[in-house]
Design a protein around this ligand. Structure first.
Ligand SMILES: *[C@@H]1O[C@H](CO)[C@@H](O)[C@H](O)[C@H]1NC(C)=O
Ligand SMILES: *[C@@H]1O[C@H](CO)[C@@H](O)[C@H](O)[C@H]1NC(C)=O
Length: 714
């Protein structure tokens, strides 16, 4: 099934690009750099941890946070500012019980806040593990920002069973719809009885059938969303995302993990004679995120990690972005797949999976399906039933035995939008921002990893390779200690990203346009839809500003078109498509020589010299030219046994007198070449008085590993 990562990468790499594997970001920014220069802000609370629940409240300008024994109310503009907090520990009796049950009193017998929802105009609803005694409470936050209310009445706490997990290591997923809470969670101390559960509100609670592995089989819930299906609220559905142990695999193949999407109707109140207070509209389908293999053996990203619903203008059709990793020990990788609601609905309207008996295969159910079709909500839109209690017995029986759909939900484009393999991290969280750029809308992905980094990815249309090309713009180390990103929230309005981990909460702007460089070409090559060249600097692109004064080209990232003098003046059009080399007549005017930094360097005859040149973009390819004197021809430096190219520059072993001259380092990216540095090398005679110059340093030590010349890799 699984194939080695290298092979996979080779299959997926756009052949014309080199050396830019999917794992190389254009910019990699470290934690100290982000803190010092790019507005990274942190929040930490003494004697707490585990900032797992983040709730964004734009109206009150607050970021509400659930952590160990605490609830926090932070300013969305600056989370480092003085906070308001609520101490919410588990009562001593519960902690003692927890300890008697064999749990660690200092580590586990605490109240880990896992659930945080906006309840009404004045209150939040929060749930925590309560030392293996789940508990929930209303939190008063006031109607307005100015109210400065942040209060929890612990005496009025409610039972949190079926809402919060018992175990701090477990996750729960839930959504509040009106006054009702839909949750996917373990409802027992041992973490064995899993349920999809509706509680609160005025209707009786409804849950999934207990101890029936066809319904749920050791599920891990990831997310829950409410999506309307028509104008009629009776058709509203709740979608659960989870992963579980596959039931549809043949015996003997071991435990296989599958990712799922489950659905229930919002107006499901259970059956009348059977399935009383159990869902009658529960269905689930397999969610596939895989790379098709040439031999039909697909590489599966089978472990769903996180889901982000990107709202579009049509409330019924959000885009579903999902992050996956692999459960395989042979093949390790992560991927992002996108699903449309149309494809999801199609799977639920397709054939039901059916198994005649223990020794039979799973097949599509061929016989007559009772009416109304299981999974349909009782509503005037599609039928005549007004309640699930009116459903015929035949329908209820069919629903009980056929919760699984035969057809899986395939991703948009039949393949992942972005994937990484053979890298030392996996994806844990995802948030998506739809950004208006000069040439259309782009979805920018922010992907949290298990090593405290956030990847910023944009998918741009590409000419040569399957339509879309993911661009890894930035790799950002937002936590000092490489702890996994446990929660991720994004504010388009404020252009800020918020991340939580075991150790801290972090806040970071969505863009750092200036970090791409000080030249138009650098700004343009970055292809960051948030950024544009304004004539003097790379700055935030705002679509409403005057169009002519801004330079941006996310689609092609072509500086020839945007940054040459012609583009600013009388429109001399000179176009080079990415991947092609610019022919001489079409080369844009190089920036005036004064703007390219120039350095003087001396080497000693017979020893080595290192010409360092690291372009800002990690995706650029470096080439060197050499010129003996002002009138001598310029020629390209060819590596040989004496001249070695390294990742950081050019190493001349045993410098000779004739090596003296002008070296120019040029960076090429997407067919666009720009000079980065001019180095004048002088060669000193080894036989100078006093022998070796005292400042001499053998640069051989700097040589880490010679870079394989790009051309040879093709
Ligand atoms: C954010 O708040 C912290 C703590 O009050 C303060 O030191 C810092 O200057 C603030 N940053 C900004 C940009 O306001
Ligand atoms: C919000 O809900 C809380 C808890 O039920 C209640 O006390 C409060 O009055 C409600 N507020 C509004 C504005 O309805």
């Amino acid at each position: 099934m699984s194939r080695p990562p290298l092979l996979l990468l080779l299959l997926l790499l756009p052949a014309a690009r080199c050396p830019a594997p999917a794992a190389t970001p254009r910019l990699r920014l470290s934690f100290p750099e982000l803190r010092a220069r790019h507005g990274l802000r942190l929040f930490q609370l003494e004697r707490s941890c585990c900032y797992e629940a983040l709730l964004l409240d734009e109206e009150r300008s607050r970021l509400f946070v659930g952590a160990k024994n605490h609830l926090l109310s932070l300013s969305l503009d600056n989370i480092s500012q003085r906070d308001r907090k609520i101490y919410w520990p588990a009562p001593v009796e519960w902690r003692e019980e927890c300890n008697w049950a064999g749990k660690d009193i200092t580590a586990d017998c605490m109240n880990f806040v896992k659930i945080l929802h906006a309840y009404n105009r004045t209150h939040l609803y929060a749930c925590g593990t309560g030392a293996f005694h789940p508990t929930c409470a209303f939190v008063e936050v006031g109607q307005h920002t100015e109210d400065h209310v942040f209060k929890l009445d612990a005496r009025r706490a409610e039972d949190g069973k079926g809402k919060s997990p018992y175990d701090p290591r477990h996750a729960a997923a839930s959504v509040l719809v009106g006054e009702e809470l839909y949750s996917g969670v373990a409802t027992d101390l041992m973490g064995r009885d899993f349920t999809i559960f509706r509680s609160m509100g005025s209707r009786p609670s409804v849950r999934t059938e207990q101890h029936d592995s066809r319904w749920l089989n050791e599920p891990k819930f990831v997310d829950v969303f409410w999506v309307p299906e028509s104008e009629n609220p009776d058709d509203d559905k709740i979608y659960f995302f989870f992963r579980e142990t596959a039931v549809e695999r043949q015996q003997g193949l071991g435990k296989a993990s599958v990712s799922r999407i489950g659905q229930i109707c919002r107006n499901d109140v259970g059956g009348q004679r059977s399935l009383v207070n159990k869902w009658t509209t529960f269905l689930k389908a397999r969610l596939v995120c895989a790379v098709p293999g040439t031999d039909g053996a697909d590489t599966h990203f089978d472990e769903l990690r996180d889901v982000f619903l990107l709202q579009t203008r049509d409330k019924r059709n959000p885009l579903v972005y999902a992050a996956f990793s692999t459960s395989s020990s042979i093949f390790q990788g992560s991927a992002v797949c996108v699903y449309t609601m149309a494809d999801i609905r199609r799977a639920f309207l397709g054939p039901f999976a059916h198994k005649e008996g223990p020794n039979y295969q799973w097949v599509p159910y061929q016989a007559r399906v009772p009416y109304p079709r299981p999974g349909m909500c009782p509503s005037r839109t599609f039928g005549t039933f007004s309640s699930t209690k009116d459903f015929p017995d035949e329908v209820i029986q069919f629903a009980r035995h056929h919760p699984l759909m035969y057809n899986p939900v395939l991703p948009h484009g039949q393949r992942p939008l972005f994937l990484q393999a053979g890298v030392p991290h996996t994806f844990t969280r995802i948030a998506v921002d739809r950004v208006a750029a000069a040439d259309g809308h782009y979805d920018v992905l922010f992907i949290g990893t298990d090593v405290g980094t956030v990847l910023k990815v944009v998918s741009a249309p590409q000419q040569s390779w399957h339509g879309m090309e993911p661009l890894l713009l930035e790799e950002l180390q937002v936590f000092q200690d490489a702890s996994p990103i446990a929660s991720l929230q994004l504010s388009s309005k404020r252009q800020q990203l918020y991340a939580g981990s075991a150790t801290a909460v972090a806040q970071l702007p969505l863009h750092r346009c200036g970090a791409y460089g000080k030249a138009c070409a650098e700004c343009c090559l970055a292809r960051d839809p948030y950024c544009a060249w304004d004539g003097t600097a790379c700055t935030r692109f705002v679509p409403s500003t005057k169009r002519r004064s801004r330079r941006q080209d996310v689609r092609n990232g072509d500086p020839n078109l945007l940054c040459s003098e012609g583009a600013w003046g009388r429109g001399a059009r000179c176009r080079a498509r990415s991947g092609e080399t610019t022919d001489a007549g079409c080369r844009p005017a190089e920036p005036s020589q004064g703007r390219v930094p120039q350095r003087q360097l001396y080497g000693v005859e017979g020893s080595s010299a290192f010409l360092e040149c690291v372009p800002r973009s990690l995706r650029a390819r470096v080439a060197w030219t050499y010129q003996r004197g002002p009138d001598a021809p310029q020629r390209e430096v060819q590596p040989d046994e004496r001249v070695v190219r390294t990742e950081r520059g050019l190493l001349l072993r045993s410098v000779q007198r004739h090596d003296a001259g002008l070296y120019v380092c040029r960076a090429t990216e997407q067919g666009f070449t720009q000079p980065v540095l001019r180095l004048a090398l002088g060669v000193l005679s080894a036989a100078a008085p006093g022998g070796r110059a005292p400042w001499y340093r053998d640069f051989l030590q700097l040589l880490e590993r010679p870079e394989a010349a790009c051309g040879r890799m093709r």
